[in-house]
Design a protein around this ligand. Structure first.
Ligand SMILES: Nc1ncnc2c1ncn2[C@@H]1O[C@H](COP(=O)(O)OP(=O)(O)OP(=O)(O)O)[C@@H](O)[C@H]1O
Ligand SMILES: [Mg+2]
Length: 800
């Protein structure tokens, strides 16, 4: 696939590939399952929820390379195989490890199936808190992590139930000294920016340039960083993480005290021909004693004299100026370091409450990369040793274990040559003559010096080809690391290796009336006692237990880390810094090529290409890819080996070199696994689509039938209503017509009757009139007859 850099294996083709992709804004590239991330120094819009959804559950290689793809694969694998996972993010300072860690955490928070948002939020909020206290501006990175961290996120049934952070090797020297252009830990500047004048007055605080521990780098501000806002975020994070008011108050008091301690200065006083340091002013001491609730006199004593105990008596030897300055710095470092470890413990207490049995974890390791400065000291030796060990882990995982496995599984393989860095690890750390062991011995030997340590190193290792002496008599030695030959200067090695938490300082802090502070140191003291006692052999301690040294405790935590990681399935993310100026989208060939060599990437690509990095047990393989048999049943005489063969052969004879079948597992190249995943995915998708189709058909048909019967019912009702309405109209019409007709016939009858009546009345009237006339005539005739004067002719005429 085009985003794998496997095809052409020389430095320049790999570099060109990375460069051309970077030029097109593609910052991620795969080499096998290892993700190479080239820092763009510019935020791309590729980390939104849409991307989370896009990558969720997808096999590696199906979509373009992305950090979320690694997150998705590890999360899916954790759930599917019920196996702990670890993402090892490495690279030099400023390469993008911490940003990648944050993005992975955000991805996990988005995809996990937890209903409890609080725990997820608390886990995410631990990050700005640790960044404020553990990150600082360096010339390489404005937000450089000055400690290594290993965050384990615990899941139950795919839901986040807690997390645990382990911290490694916080840079102590930064608390008291900073190189030009660099800063102390962010939290100091953030606090001074945000606190109001009244609050500052309460803690006796001023502005950053007024403090020796903050002004040495001459760079109190970082462009584009809002310190005050970050302080608000920090306090909000503390609230979310349930830090009580008193705890928050104690933290501010400790920070303020560290700043006050830094401003303590001394005068030199001559006493019995010896220089003795005396405190220049009481003001800072008073503030520290007040803020930390300590005895002022004890504090003064701790800064100006050394305490030795003999047969129950205490003797105080005054310090000279250098010793007093060292003692002052030691108190500041002790306070800050202890507070930092306490913070981590406190956060863990909150976010790691859930019982962890039966939970699986996905861990992320964000640890300092390989360092090679002009002046390399004890810290660089520890850091480079850590990287050497991680590289060993990487080699072991990728090459050695696999080769062992090939033999065990009777796989045909050609012996693969690779650079085994075990001898370098032996040179640095194995007993009894490893450099760090010599250093530990010397640290416990009162007369030892940096030079005597160097002499012993030369004595034990001059014959070792991985070790070299300088040509001149400089206090230096060389170690050939997997990433190159590094020169270390032994100045202050012994002092740096001795634990800076002096016992009298611990006692002083334990006596504080501030419960939180005193408990912080009591816990530490108790742990030291159990640690040293547990190292003695029996009940009786005949020799004074050795005090733990920095190298010894670092080695111990490193080995425990490796042990934890070796029980997980690892994924590797290699971050690359494209230029030294932190410039966006600028790719400098030399800078990148150096890192490709450092990280052993070229070697990795070569070996991975030759081997079979994917191994899956038969039952799991069959379960995962059975669908590739396209419905063909597994016969009773077919053993798992045969079934796997049928599945593998389904991809065609041209892929026969891409896999081998071992005694219990199938071995494949990564590209072939991707191919199988894609093919199986397509079949499963098609089956799922078919299933979906059936279910949808069923649902749609059901719905359709319901709808249809409802529609028919509706139609029936409507038709009934219409018919009834029409019927009523017709009936009304008929009734009306009948009424009309009846009215009409009644009327006609009535008119006729009336006419008849009229007619009869007329007749009747005429008749009456006739009768009246007749009556009248009769009357007149009778009158005439009566009077006798009437002639009969006249009577006849009157009758007519
Ligand atoms: N994926 C990314 N997208 C955009 N910018 C990034 C990305 N990764 C890193 N950066 C930029 O690079 C800077 C340095 O990254 P980061 O702090 O993660 O480096 P680091 O490897 O942790 O260094 P250190 O070892 O010093 O802690 C970040 O502040 C950010 O500006
Ligand atoms: Mg970092």
């Amino acid at each position: 696939m085009f985003y794998y850099i496997f095809s052409d294996l020389n430095e320049h083709s790999i570099l060109d590939n990375l460069k051309s992709r970077y030029g097109r804004g593609l910052i991620y590239t795969y080499t096998g399952s290892i993700l190479v991330a080239v820092n763009p120094y510019k935020m791309f819009n590729i980390y939104g929820l849409d991307m989370v959804k896009r990558y969720e559950g997808k096999p590696l290689g199906e979509l373009p390379p992305h950090l979320f793809a690694i997150g998705s694969v590890s999360y899916t694998k954790m759930i599917k195989d019920n196996e702990n996972q670890v993402l090892i993010i490495s690279g030099e300072s400023g390469a993008g490890k911490t940003e990648s860690t944050k993005l992975v955490m955000q991805y996990l928070a988005a995809v996990n199936r937890s209903g409890n948002n609080l725990i997820t939020e608390q886990i995410l909020e631990a990050n700005p808190l640790l960044e404020s206290f553990g990150n600082a501006k360096t010339i390489r990175n404005d937000n450089s992590s000055r400690f290594g961290k290993y965050i384990e996120v615990f899941f139950k049934n795919g839901a986040i139930v807690g997390a645990k952070t382990a911290e490694y090797l916080l840079e102590k020297s930064r608390i008291v000294t900073q190189a030009p252009e660099e800063r102390n830990y962010h939290v100091f500047y953030e606090m001074l920016e945000e606190l109001s004048d009244e609050q500052k007055a309460k803690y006796g605080l001023q502005t950053a340039p007024k403090y020796f521990y903050l002004n040495q780098g001459g760079s109190a501000l970082i462009r584009g960083r809002d310190d005050a806002d970050n302080y608000r975020k920090l306090t909000a994070a503390m609230d979310i993480l349930n830090f009580e008011r008193q705890e928050q108050e104690t933290i501010v008091k400790i920070l303020a005290s560290v700043l006050h301690i830094g401003n303590v200065y001394f005068k030199v006083v001559q006493e019995n021909n010896h220089d003795r340091a005396e405190l220049g002013s009481d003001a800072e001491i008073k503030w520290v004693a007040h803020l930390l609730d300590l005895s002022e006199d004890w504090l003064k004593q701790a800064l100006t004299s050394k305490v030795t105990e003999a047969r129950g008596d205490r003797f105080y030897t005054p310090y000279n100026l250098d010793q007093a300055l060292d003692a002052r710095d030691a108190v500041a470092k002790a306070l800050y370091c202890r507070m930092f470890s306490w913070l981590v413990e406190r956060i863990n207490m909150i976010i790691c409450r859930a019982e962890r049995e039966k939970s699986t974890s996905l861990a992320v390791l964000d640890i300092f990369g390989f360092e090679d400065f002009h002046f390399n000291s004890f810290e660089q030796l520890c850091i480079n040793y850590a990287n050497e060990t991680l590289q060993f882990f990487f080699n072991q995982h990728i090459f050695r274990l696999e080769q062992k496995e090939y033999s065990k599984e009777k796989i045909r393989w050609e012996h693969i040559e690779f650079k085994d860095n075990q001898p370098t690890i032996d040179l640095v750390a194995t007993k009894p003559a490893g450099i760090l062991h010599i250093l530990d011995d010397e640290s416990n030997f009162p007369q030892a010096t940096d030079n005597s340590f160097l002499e012993k190193c030369h004595f034990h290792h001059s014959g070792n080809e991985l070790y070299d002496k300088p040509r001149m008599s400089d206090p230096e030695f060389y170690v050939v690391h997997y990433a190159g030959k590094i020169k270390y200067n032994v100045q202050h090695f012994l002092e740096k290796n001795k634990d800076t938490l002096r016992s009298d300082v611990i006692e002083l802090m334990c006596e504080s009336k501030n419960q939180i502070l005193s408990q912080m140191f009591k816990d530490h003291r108790d742990r030291l006692i159990t640690k040293t006692l547990s190292k003695t052999t029996g009940r009786y301690v005949t020799v004074k237990p050795r005090t733990t040294t920095v190298a010894a405790s670092f080695n111990e935590s490193l080995l425990s880390l490796i042990d934890t990681m070796s029980r997980c399935n690892p994924f590797f993310v290699r971050c690359i810094k494209p230029n030294a100026q932190k410039a966006p989208m600028t790719f400098e060939d030399i800078v990148v090529l150096d890192q490709l060599r450092y990280t052993g990437m070229l070697e990795t690509i070569r070996i991975r290409k030759m081997g079979y990095p994917v191994r899956i047990k038969f039952p799991h393989f069959i379960e995962r890819y059975r669908c590739l048999m396209k419905g063909e049943p597994i016969r009773s005489n077919q053993v798992p080996w045969d079934v796997c063969k049928v599945i593998l052969q389904s991809q065609g004879p041209e892929f026969k070199d891409e896999y081998q079948i071992g005694a219990t597992k199938v071995f494949m190249k990564e590209a072939f696994e991707s191919r199988l995943d894609t093919a199986a995915g397509a079949i499963k998708r098609a089956a799922a689509v078919r299933l979906q189709t059936m279910v949808r058909t069923f649902l749609v048909r059901n719905r359709h039938q319901k709808l249809r019967s409802a529609v028919t019912r509706l139609q029936r009702m409507v038709r009934m209503w219409k018919t009834r309405r029409d019927f009523r109209t017709v009936r009304n019409g008929i009734v009306l017509a009948q009424a009309q007709f009846r009215m009409f016939s009644q009327r006609r009858r009535y008119l006729k009757t009336r006419e008849n009546l009229k007619h009869r009345l007329e007749e009747h009237r005429l008749h009456r009139r006739k009768q009246e006339v007749q009556a009248k005539m009769e009357k007149e005739r009778r009158g005439n007859m009566a009077m006798g004067c009437v002639t009969s002719s006249e009577c006849n005429a009157a009758m007519i």
